[in-house]
Design a protein around this ligand. Structure first.
Ligand code: FAD
Length: 302
């Protein structure tokens, strides 16, 4: 087993990499393990992230990984962390490639996994003209014909929101009619409601030209937005006894990103604040500073 690290970072998306950058500058020994499944890896471009407009997510991440090379105490490994357990003092961990060790602090920056609607061939358009986030991709479709997809009220609410960006929106509520309230609000804005699933996406990947519904109807459109939810990228943190809030999300201190278990931190999408790269970077930075402060305190330097 290796000597105890200052910090194990699980996840190498924007949150984990930013925390590593801050901790590298604090001369902390860090192992960052990553399985390379960053949430936006299917996207063609990043939006709403200052200084990165239109860049491929992979190029942004590669730049940050390169910047980390300046810090000799930071080690990056492409492997899955399979187990983390407290031994009463440190946290012992084991990785899929056989790496084992212990760390004083663990940061989970393990992200979320999106549930894609079950539409044949959706992967070919996902991230190009099929999206889930209006803040990430809405502005690119101003005034263009759009489909909002989600079961019942989810599709209806998304259609209402999208109508801020374009007046040409169709609400695809799958097989569940929306509630009376949402139905009225959609009618007030003349947004058509379709209670039939999308069967097929038509176009030359990644550019969508139309969708065909299971009832046979075809609707020409530039993009499909969906609202189907997402799940945690890793179950590891929930095995450490951290308390959750009423929505089931691990509770974190908004100033430090520390959970209710001392020495365990959660940052980025996994903490379920606003789900944007800029916020993940911010939470990673906050966690990095808080972790260094906790280590300074332990050494009697703060
Ligand atoms: C299609 C799409 C497009 C998007 N576009 C934008 C956009 O334009 N602008 C924007 O601001 N946001 C966008 N987002 C949101 C953005 O992707 C997230 O906010 C951001 O990636 C969160 O960063 P993170 O570091 O928290 O998690 P992630 O980037 O998801 O990284 C988590 C990492 O942890 C790894 N991991 C998980 N478990 C383990 C384990 N046990 N061991 C090792 N590694 C593990 C994963 O493989 C992954 O690499 C988009 C999201 C999607 C789905």
């Amino acid at each position: 087993m290796d000597r105890a690290l200052d910090t194990l970072i699980v996840g190498g998306g924007p949150a984990g990499l930013t925390a590593a950058l801050v901790l590298g500058r604090c001369l902390r020994t860090v192992l960052l393990c990553d399985t390379g499944k960053q949430r936006n890896r299917a996207a063609h471009a990043i939006h709403a992230m200052p200084g990165q407009e239109g860049r491929a997510p992979s190029a942004f991440l590669a730049d940050v990984r390169q910047e980390l090379c300046r810090y000799p105490t930071i080690r990056l490994l492409e492997t899955e962390v399979e187990r983390v357990a407290s031994n009463g003092g440190d946290f012992e961990f084991r990785c899929a490639d056989g790496t084992t060790g212990s760390a004083a602090i663990v940061l989970f920056a393990t992200g979320l996994v999106d549930t894609l609607p079950s539409i044949r061939g959706i992967e070919k358009f996902y991230g190009g003209s099929v999206h889930h986030c209006v803040y990430c991709d809405g502005a690119e479709y101003e005034g263009q014909p759009l489909v909002a997809c989600g079961d019942g009220d989810k599709g209806a609410a998304l259609a209402l929101m999208l109508s801020h960006w374009s007046a040409h929106v169709v609400a695809c509520c799958e097989e569940t009619a929306p509630s009376a309230d949402l139905e009225k609000r959609l009618a007030d804005r003349r947004i058509p409601v379709i209670t039939s699933r999308v069967r097929e996406l038509v176009g030359k990947s990644p550019i969508l030209e139309a969708v065909i519904f299971e009832n046979g109807m075809r609707y020409s459109c530039s993009a499909l937005f969906f609202s189907t939810g997402c799940t945690q990228g890793s179950k590891l943190v929930s095995q450490l006894g951290c308390l959750r809030d009423e929505r089931g999300t691990i509770r974190t201190d908004p100033l430090t990103e520390e959970t209710t278990v001392r020495g365990v931190y959660v940052a980025g999408d996994a903490s379920r604040d606003v789900l944007l790269v800029a916020v993940a970077v911010g939470e990673g930075a906050k966690a990095g500073v808080a972790i260094n402060r906790a280590l300074l305190k332990a050494d009697g330097l703060l």
